[in-house]
Design a protein around this ligand. Sequence first.
Ligand code: SAH
Length: 232
Amino acid sequence: MAEKINIFEENNPENEDDSGFVNESYEELIRHLETDGYIQTPVIAEAFRKIDRKDFVPPELGEEAYFDSALAIGFDQTISQPLVVAFMIELLRPKPGERVLDVGSGSGWQAAILADLVGETGQVVGIERIKELAEKAKENIGKYGFIDSGRVKIVVGDGSRKMEGEPPFNKIIAAAAAEEIPEAWKEELVVGGRIVAPVGQSIVVIDKIKPDQFETKEYFGFSFVPLVKSKN
Ligand code: SAH
């Protein structure tokens, strides 16, 4: 039985009068995420500061890029809410040199933050089912040089399936909610690796202890777009 944690009781500090929703600058957004406890680790704060969310949202959204909310990026999809990205990356704890799988890379914002964290010796493989979004993600991430250098690779496909040629991964993170964690992810993970992914309205953290032994924790109270499986 997984340990269950309610994020809104345990993790959400008393910030009812100051939601951090509307911010005038990127720095203000990041400070909110820090004071509210979503960003806790200095290297993660630094990575967020380097990768400006505005570079990943449609230009007509303007300053909304700095609101703590999910925003439409086309094809019925959204760039994830900053506090959710922060919360999940803190749980994932990507380290320099690691290989990370980013399922549902969407705008590419999270993939770029992960790329900064894994450094020159690491790699992020992003998988996105919508071809046009994958192209856009490449363009957005390319602004930071991570596509040309090969630090980020974006592929088009169904991330719930086993991948060819890319595994194993040290870490797997997903931005679309499955009904259950795909078996493929557990197989594609190294022993000692971690998955952070939404399942229904929760974020689950799965640690691979041994090839056939996993430990799970669950954090309630989130909402995500669905993980869409291909039919054939
Ligand atoms: N991290 C992204 C989140 C985008 S929303 C960002 O912040 O921009 C989640 C994305 O998952 C959507 O782009 C959606 O198209 C994609 N997705 C849904 N099911 C998928 C699947 N089975 N394989 C790959 N991508 C998927």
